[in-house]
Ligand binder design. Structure first.
Ligand SMILES: CC(C)(O)CC(=O)SCCNC(=O)CCNC(=O)[C@H](O)C(C)(C)COP(=O)(O)OP(=O)(O)OC[C@H]1O[C@@H](n2cnc3c(N)ncnc32)[C@H](O)[C@@H]1OP(=O)(O)O
Length: 258
């Protein structure tokens, strides 16, 4: 399928999507978001793919929603189109693991899309921010909610009220990113990490993802119960038997994704 705003490739069992609107610093226009959704659908349906990496360029993961495209929208346009919610949510509903590999700017919608992924690996040049306030609006794709859960109220509030950007070191310190790698190595490291995940049992990986995600949405009591039930479910998989037998037999497991 031809894409105009993204590059889509496979690296073994990893699906790699690169945002590719260099002249606009990967500003997230409607066409790009539509293509991103299609690429995610295709990887989700592809049995050969066990994990996905989403990245941008060295200068920008994405500098936000396309300001020029949205500038003239009326309230009615935004409301009737359910602007931002529709389409963008696909990133957060992918069931296969998805890693954001962020170099350069991840601002506004760029930061929000990165936070929709399962975790963020940052290049040492990464900069995160929610600058919507500086253009007379507020985050509309989860910035006020997800950022607050990641970094706490004080830092999220400061970033949303001032538009201040955070560098990679600060983002790592406050738990927004899982780790920092040299910018030049970022994509390879993200693909290596995704490949390691793709080598695990796919259903069990999906259960682990669902369990961690539940921590964002529910009480501790319900989260612990949900985790325990999923944990019990792993004992119904062939891969749990294989994984534990392989450990006892001092060999590598051969997971069948069953
Ligand atoms: C999803 C929501 C609801 O949460 C809303 C949003 O995401 S609102 C958007 C939030 N993002 C921003 O406000 C960031 C806007 N961009 C910048 O502040 C700067 O471009 C920069 C700091 C990221 C980089 O600055 P610089 O290196 O000086 O490059 P520029 O010359 O500014 O940009 C190059 C080129 O890209 C275009 N561009 C950049 N960002 C966007 C954008 N978000 N939408 C549309 N176009 C963007 C910029 O206009 C330049 O293009 P030309 O004017 O040269 O054609």
């Amino acid at each position: 399928m031809p894409y105009e705003n993204i590059l889509v490739e496979t690296r073994g069992r990893v699906g790699l999507i690169t945002l590719n609107r260099p002249k606009a610093l990967n500003a997230l226009c409607v066409a790009l978001i539509d293509e991103l959704g299609k690429a995610l659908d295709a990887f989700e349906a592809d049995d050969e793919i066990g994990a996905i990496v989403l990245t941008g360029s060295e200068k920008a993961f994405a500098a936000g929603a396309d300001i020029k495209e949205m500038a003239g929208k009326s309230y009615m346009d935004a409301y009737l189109q359910d602007f931002i919610t529709k389409g963008w949510q696909r990133v957060s509903t992918v069931r296969k693991p998805i890693i954001a590999a962020v170099n350069g700017y991840a601002l506004g919608g760029g930061c929000e899309v990165a936070m929709m992924c399962d975790f963020i690996l940052a290049g040492d040049t990464a900069k995160f921010g929610q600058p919507e306030i500086t253009i007379g609006t507020i985050p509309g794709a989860g910035g006020t909610q997800r950022l607050t859960r990641f970094v706490g109220k004080s830092k999220a509030m400061e970033m949303c009220l001032t538009g201040r950007q955070m560098d990679a070191a600060e983002a790592e310190r406050c738990g927004l990113v899982s780790r920092i790698v040299p910018a030049a190595d970022l994509v390879d490291e993200a693909v290596k990490t995704a490949d390691r995940i793709a080598g695990m049992s796919r259903p069990v990986v999906m259960m682990a993802k669902e369990a961690v995600d539940a921590a964002f949405d529910t009480t501790l009591t319900h989260g612990l119960m949900f985790e325990r039930r999923l944990f019990h479910s792993t004992f119904a998989t062939e891969d749990q038997k294989e994984g534990m037998s392989a450990f006892a037999e001092k060999r590598q497991p051969n997971f069948k994704n069953r």
